[in-house]
Design a protein around this ligand. Structure first.
Ligand SMILES: Cc1ncc(COP(=O)(O)O)c(C=O)c1O
Length: 398
């Protein structure tokens, strides 16, 4: 077997299941899961209708490159959303559909990393665990960039030494971030783009939470947007990853895209013809409909705004919570160690949250996930309110 498989960590939810094993939550109180970031708002009917209307395509092998209409729709969406100059993305050469960003974020490292020259892959810490697994299975060493309160929950790229940048082949950034919801501003993205050109590494920008923000007039900036304003019109060394899962509440559709540097996209396309996860045609048609409509996304944001406000009001004074810049997670510090907090909350109130250390790694004795929990504000409003009251009661009992 591939010995790198032994280097993979158990997934956070496996660790969570072990943590909860043997604990009996109180009978008669429904379970509320705030642990998984799985959107629960209803999938829009018009997306489902398109999916059903194109089911006859089940008898067709989809192509890796995807429908030209889908790539054109995505290029237009990117241009509008990130204020790119018209025609700045060539749908033929700079956009590829993917079967969800999870798959693509993993596969991308396999295509990018040259394992012959002692490669490093840099990533935020805490992080979406796929980045780490992708680095390890690509034969690279992961390097974890701490994201704690001291740096506003984003990496301090200037604290990375030049030797590390020299060996860096791929940098994952996640903005808005999971779990803290912090957004990389354009100055930080500019810095990262400059470093990438200087040290010849690729930036994989996971922007799958980019549409979950709260000020309709101030959406988070993106990597391609920043590259364009810097005059880097070929987006060299820059690739973004976007998803319909959070934006359109269709995580089951497994639909996203990558876009950016044409040379990287071409090599990734080559890789993907073997990887073999072309998006089913009916999903491509449904995706065209989803990327063409903003109304349902505005409503989606309204629901998250409402739920976050309600939970924060109830938790105020019990846990240090504030509205994230974007995304749908709360990431408070806990009064007792995070694992103890999560286990105790489950035992006392039948509410599940995710211990922060299951999303992070300890480096030089510091673990930026320790003593925090991730609370996914995904259930319906009444459940979120109920959960917040139960969390409050639990905290008060400590
Ligand atoms: C930071 C981050 N990136 C990527 C994904 C994957 O999303 P999908 O594969 O549904 O596009 C998730 C899902 O939770 C995530 O939190």
């Amino acid at each position: 077997m591939n010995t790198d498989l032994d280097r993979l960590q158990p997934y956070p939810f496996e660790k969570l299941a072990d943590l909860k094993a043997g604990v009996e939550p109180p009978a008669g109180r429904d379970h509320i899961a705030l642990s998984i970031g799985e959107p629960k708002h209803a999938a829009p009917g018009f997306i489902r209708d398109q999916l059903i209307a194109h089911l006859h395509n089940l008898s067709v092998y989809p192509r890796t490159r995807g429908l030209v209409n889908l790539r054109e729709t995505v290029a237009e969406w990117l241009e509008q959303r990130f204020r790119l100059p018209e025609g700045s993305l060539d749908p033929e050469r700079q956009v590829l559909p993917v079967a969800g960003t999870r798959e693509a974020l993993f596969a991308f490292a396999q295509a990018v990393v040259d394992r012959s020259c002692d490669p490093l892959v840099l990533m935020p810490n805490p992080f979406y665990q796929i980045y780490e697994g992708a680095a390890l299975l690509a034969g690279a060493e992961p390097v974890y960039l701490p994201c704690g309160p001291a740096t506003g929950f984003i990496p301090n790229f200037d604290a990375v030494d030049p030797r590390t940048w020299e060996r860096c082949q791929l940098l994952y950034v996640c903005s808005p971030g999971n779990p803290a919801g912090a957004v990389l501003d354009s100055a930080t993205l500019e810095r990262v783009i400059t470093l990438a050109q200087q040290h010849d590494f690729v930036i994989a920008a996971d922007e799958c939470y980019s549409e979950i923000y709260f000020d309709e007039g101030a959406p988070p900036v993106g990597l391609l947007q920043t590259a364009a304003t810097m005059g880097l019109t070929d987006f060299r060394r820059c690739v973004v990853f976007h998803s319909l899962s959070k934006r359109s509440n269709v995580p089951g559709m497994r639909s996203g895209f990558v876009a950016g540097d044409a040379n990287l996209i071409e090599d990734f396309f080559h890789y993907r013809t073997y990887h073999g996860c072309a998006m089913p045609l009916q999903h491509q048609y449904a995706s065209i409909a989803a990327w063409s409509d903003e109304g349902h996304v505005v409503e989606n944001r309204r629901l998250y705004r409402e739920k976050l406000a309600a939970m924060i009001e109830i938790l105020d004074g019990a846990l240090p919570v504030s509205r994230p810049e974007a995304g749908f997670y709360l990431w408070p510090a806990t009064p007792v160690p995070d694992t103890e907090f999560a286990r105790g909350l489950f035992a006392a109130e039948n509410v599940t949250v995710l211990p922060g250390r299951f999303l992070s790694r300890e480096v030089h004795g510091e673990d930026p996930g320790a003593n925090r929990v991730r609370i996914a504000v995904v259930p319906p409003l009444d459940e979120c309110v109920d959960a917040a009251h139960r969390i409050r009661r639990y905290v008060k009992s400590l």
